[in-house]
Structures are given as structure tokens and as C-alpha cells.
Design a protein around this ligand. Sequence first.
Ligand SMILES: C[S@@+](CC[C@H](N)C(=O)[O-])C[C@H]1O[C@@H](n2cnc3c(N)ncnc32)[C@H](O)[C@@H]1O
Length: 229
Amino acid sequence: MAKETNELSSNIDFTPSVLGTKSYWDSTYDRELKTYKDIGDVGEIWFGEDRQNRVVDWIEQSSVQMSDPVIDLGCGNGIILTEMRRLGFTDLTGVDYSQGAIDLAVQIANAEGFPDIKYQVVDILSDINTGCPTCLSRQYKVCIDKGTYDAICLMPDGADKGRQFYKRNVKSLLQNDGLLVITSCNWTKDQLVLFFETDFELFDEIKTPSFQFGGKTGNTVTSLIFKRK
Ligand SMILES: C[S@@+](CC[C@H](N)C(=O)[O-])C[C@H]1O[C@@H](n2cnc3c(N)ncnc32)[C@H](O)[C@@H]1O
């Protein structure tokens, strides 16, 4: 997905990609919405079902209560929220800047019998202090991000600024002891810690099978939990 130039820097130049553009996601979700209507296929689960289950399991086994507010940033088809709703979480919100993603997520949630999951078209890099009420106007116990920070880092224009806006907004969105549960395939654990440690402390890591290559051990996908400082 990206080209790294320095393993330990938190400020790596990624090759910009269409994955960092709204037009890419709009056309992706227009296609996935049509496929869902045609054959009921919910579309892509980023990083696979196993990773998604590990994230949901971690939240379920943590001190997070079923009634705590949870938001999924860049929710796509919203499947992770549907799974959490099935487990009994009751205050669930998904935001995405692509109208097609939100239409798809709403249709899936309704079909699953969970019309109470709140969905809204919102750019998570927008100024959340404008006084204009959106789902970003309240605070949450948990912010979930699976692949969205990765997409922001690939923006052809203003990725560095976007990353800073992202960090600022996530901090504002979280309650004092709130948690960011972030899954990335572009950044290592060290790189994520280096970037987020100004405002967040590393709380836990969701362990996953690792691979060995050339005497080094690594993971292709990293899932970390940060606590708001
Ligand atoms: C890699 S996909 C992951 C989708 C979903 N989280 C999942 O795990 O299946 C990245 C998502 O982030 C959304 N996205 C990217 N930048 C965004 C932004 N600035 N505001 C809101 N959503 C954004 C895209 O529309 C897309 O749905």
C-alpha cells in the first residue's frame, strides 16, 4: 500500500495514492452499493474478518461498557459496528466522508435489524468546533479506525496536515479516559507510537500472528490501543 523510506520515523513520505482520494472511495462504494443491492454481498472487510474479530474481541473483553459511546471513523460498510451491535453494544456511530459508504452501511444495518446504529456523512478532518452539530460534536469512549488513518496518509495533497488534523480531532472526540483502537497496514507499532505519543499513551496491542524474514520478525498489520492523555 505504501513505500517506506525510514523505518523509525513517524513522518514518512508515502507515495500518494488514489486510496487517499475521496473520488476513489465514492466510486468504490457506488459499486459496492450496487453489488449489495444486486446480490447481497456487503463488500470488502479491510484487513479481513480475522483482524476485525480480534478488534471486536479486544473491545468486548476490555472495561468498555455495552452502553459506552463508540464511533467508527471512516466506517465504510459499517460491518464492525453491526458485529458490535450483535454483541450488545448500544451506542454506536459510524462516519465516513463518502455518501455511498453511509448508504451501504445504513442498508446493511437495517437489513440486519439494527436501525439504531447512527450513521452520518462527515469528513473526519473537518473543523469540529464550528458549532454546526454533527456526530463529531459529542465525545466517545472509543474511536475505532481500521484503515482510515492509512488512507489519510496517502492523500496526494496535504497528507502531513491531514495527519495532524486527524490527531487533533480524535483527541477532541475522546472522553478523558477514551481509547483509540487503530489498525494500520502502513505503519509499524514504533511509528504509530512516535506519532501519537504527543497526545496519547500506548495502552495495549492486539497481538497477531507474525512472520519472520531475514532474521527479523514483523507483522503486516498493526492494531494498537491508545489512551487519551
Ligand atoms: C481502507 S477503508 C476502511 C473502511 C472500514 N473502516 C473498514 O475497515 O472496512 C478507508 C475508509 O476511510 C474513509 N475515509 C477516508 N478519509 C476520510 C475522511 N477524511 N473522513 C471520513 N472518512 C474518510 C473512506 O471513505 C473509506 O471508507
